[in-house]
Design a protein around this ligand. Structure first.
Ligand code: VGL
Ligand code: ZN
Length: 224
């Protein structure tokens, strides 16, 4: 079966019920930042281009207090190690995206572009005791950010995800979108992965298994 049954799928974001959800396009995830994702800065112009052609735009912003349970510094452990916390296994990260700091700001391209069009900005990870990868739920998989309700009340049905990082916040956002009954698409060339311990490949496998459509920004099948 062809990937694109409808020509409209090549116009991702153009439908009245589509929403482009740009995940965490912030300074700390770009080269030179506290938790730099390789090539993270390269996708910003593409995120803006997607925003321009999208009917609705939402942004998420990783927004941590100065001390957060996901920070390695809070546990005296090495960054990128893991720890079992009350809500499950958590990767421990370098301190990043602290509220009100330059690292937590959107990348300057986004400030000048997609952020101006965004109808909503969802901040997440502000609970000191629970991290939040997904833009829908904290990592306890119970505490809602309110995004699903916002989307429903606005009558939006298809979430098109791009941003950082593919294997953490983009992945879990897309998976939660499906769990909440939305259609979910990930625009692969508009993401970059952290790719620790095989997390990139695992994310793609899991996204596919949950029925998330993986495509490129030109509408072609993501060649993965
Ligand atoms: C993210 C790790 C920690 C992300 C945020 O945006 O993918 N990953 N905080
Ligand atoms: Zn974070």
């Amino acid at each position: 079966m062809p990937l694109f049954e409808k020509a409209a799928d090549r116009e991702l974001g153009a439908r009245e019920t589509d929403v482009l959800v740009l995940i965490d396009p912030q300074n700390d995830f770009c080269p030179g930042g506290a938790l730099a994702v390789p090539g993270g800065d390269e996708i910003m112009p593409l995120l803006n281009a997607l925003a321009e052609r999208s009917r609705h735009v939402a942004l998420s912003q990783d927004w941590h207090p100065p001390s957060q349970v996901s920070f390695a510094s809070a546990h005296g452990q090495a960054p990128f190690s893991t720890k079992i916390l009350s809500y499950g296994e958590q990767v421990l990260w370098p301190d990043h995206r602290i509220q009100g700091t330059a690292g937590a700001d959107f990348h300057p391209d986004i400030e000048q572009g997609a952020a101006k069009k965004a109808e909503v900005i969802v901040r997440k990870g502000h609970n000191p005791a629970v991290d939040s990868y997904s833009a829908f739920y904290e990592n306890d998989h119970k505490t809602s950010t309110g995004l699903a309700g916002w989307l429903r009340e606005r009558g939006l049905k298809r979430c098109i995800f791009a941003g950082l990082a593919l294997d953490f916040c983009v992945r879990y956002s897309a998976e939660d979108a499906v769990a909440e009954g939305f259609e979910a698409v990930v625009v692969i060339d508009a993401t970059r992965a952290i790719d620790m311990a095989g997390s990139g490949a695992e994310a793609l496998k899991s996204l596919r298994a949950r029925g998330v459509l993986l495509i490129n920004s030109d509408g072609s099948e993501a060649n993965l």
